[in-house]
Design a protein around this ligand. Structure first.
Ligand code: B16
Ligand code: MG
Length: 217
């Protein structure tokens, strides 16, 4: 029995959401827009371009394409500066164990991320070799909650969407998995991710029995 296990990146494998937040907050502050941690939930799993539009919307700010392009570059440069010192210590608890378990059980492992910075992050943290397939923000045209990123990952693994499991920390990502008719596993808070088929606070509470039940389902 071979299933596709598709992992989101930010907020599931690494806690880069905090760096995205810091970088967006600088842009928001420079535009006098109040941008809170709560607002940041809206940006999780959402593309860079769409994230900026959401922030501008919060402040009712209209901007030219030229300005937007400038802020997008600024945001990414700032974000990348937080990643310079990134190493395997930034892998969230229980992730290595889960990836190794899936490898031992000969399962398909894919990345399904909206981020255009996914590959360097996987390289720096030393886990890129676990992934049979990587689909990221450079490979898709439709952002989550569109299921394109997950469907593409399953297709590249040659596994039916119905035999695919998605680990996600964002509402948009859970919705994408549900639309694709994949099993959705929320990593984070129950109050936020209630649309998921299963919810766990992190990978330390995901045990072999649960993984085995997904494989034999
Ligand atoms: P980048 P994920 C998403 O990654 C983040 O959750 C989201 O906050 C970010 O805007 C998006 O990637 C784009 O990232 O600016 O690096 O291309 O959660 O889908 O892995
Ligand atoms: Mg995420």
């Amino acid at each position: 029995n071979k299933k596709a296990f598709i992992f989101d990146l930010d907020g599931v494998i690494v806690d880069t959401a905090k760096y995205h937040f810091l970088a967006w907050q600088k842009i928001a502050q420079s535009l006098n827009i109040n941008f809170t941690h709560e607002d940041n939930e809206l940006l999780k799993g959402v593309s860079r371009v769409r994230s900026l539009d959401i922030i501008l919307g919060l402040g009712n700010v209209q901007a030219s394409q030229e300005d937007k392009d400038k802020w997008l570059i600024q945001k990414n440069e700032d974000y990348l500066s937080y990643l310079v010192d990134m190493d395997e210590n930034e892998i969230l608890p229980g992730v290595f164990k889960t990836l190794q378990l899936l490898k031992d059980k000969n399962q398909g492992i894919a990345l399904g991320s909206a981020s255009k910075n996914a590959r360097p992050i996987l390289e720096k943290t030393g886990i890129i070799s676990y992934f049979d397939v990587i689909v990221d923000g450079n490979d898709v045209t439709n952002a989550k909650p569109d299921p394109e990123v997950f469907l593409k990952a399953a297709q590249l693994l040659n596994i039916d969407p119905k035999n695919s499991i998605v680990f996600e920390d964002s509402v948009a990502g859970i919705q994408a998995a549900n639309i694709a008719e994949m099993v959705s596993v929320g990593i984070g808070e129950e109050t936020i991710l209630h649309e998921a088929d299963f919810i766990f606070k992190d990978f330390t509470v995901i045990d072999e029995n649960f993984i085995e039940s997904l494989i034999t389902k």
